[in-house]
Ligand binder design. Sequence first.
Ligand code: HEC
Ligand code: HEC
Ligand code: HEC
Ligand code: HEC
Length: 130
Amino acid sequence: MKKMLFHCALLFCCVTVGAIGLATAADKGPAEITLQSTIDPAPTPKPSLFPHAAHQARMECGVCHHGKGPDGKKIAYTEGQAIGKCESCHNSGAGMPDKLSTFKNAGHALCQDCHRKTKPELAKCNVCHK
Ligand code: HEC
Ligand code: HEC
Ligand code: HEC
Ligand code: HEC
């Protein structure tokens, strides 16, 4: 009986630790992402490279991630929030202002803008579109 209890405890530990490990890893998303418009694609697709982990090391999640309230306004990032695809809100059918109405526009408004402010060479097309 004691032995069985011990096994149960051990199993419980492994499952718990495993679940926490997975949750933490999953929360940060992939280290490298290739971003690609699917809802409003350009005639010639231009995937964008995105070193996610390298950006996470430099800045807070909320620089890029946010949510949307029932009034359609932006909600600032809170730790542990569900993180949606940019395109799920930034697409031509979502009633966004023009400058944010596609993945391309939202991507350029976030990514290219910071790159331009950081260092003009970082805003060149081939930095993101190889
Ligand atoms: C800092 C990164 C970055 C830079 C620099 C950048 N883009 Fe983008 N671009 C993106 C992101 C992110 C998207 C949205 C995801 C995608 O489809 O590639 C995008 C999308 C696009 C799209 C739509 C692609 C598609 O498949 O529908 C075009 C066209 C485009 N960019 C052209 C340009 C041009 C031209 C330049 C240079 C003047 C440029 N981009 C510079 C990040 C960048
Ligand atoms: C420089 C901008 C930026 C920063 C900083 C950033 N992310 Fe992301 N993250 C993105 C982009 C862009 C995507 C891809 C979204 C898409 O595919 O539409 C993404 C995707 C994700 C995903 C996967 C979502 C999905 O369903 O595909 C998770 C999870 C995530 N990020 C978590 C985080 C966490 C946690 C942090 C902070 C530790 C963080 N990110 C920091 C830009 C960023
Ligand atoms: C749940 C919906 C939702 C998701 C997912 C989302 N956004 Fe937004 N985003 C919004 C709303 C709402 C606004 C405010 C629009 C306005 O000004 O009317 C906004 C505003 C922005 C702005 C304008 C600057 C600012 O801070 O207001 C940028 C740039 C932007 N989003 C880029 C992105 C990128 C890139 C992603 C993916 C990493 C993303 N958004 C994911 C809803 C979303
Ligand atoms: C708040 C500022 C900021 C935002 C937002 C941002 N970046 Fe960056 N990005 C940087 C900085 C800083 C570097 C590092 C440049 C260096 O190492 O010299 C960088 C590096 C990169 C690189 C590697 C460049 C190279 O040649 O090594 C790529 C690709 C890139 N970013 C794409 C993106 C994309 C795509 C997005 C939007 C989803 C994005 N970035 C959003 C600041 C930003």
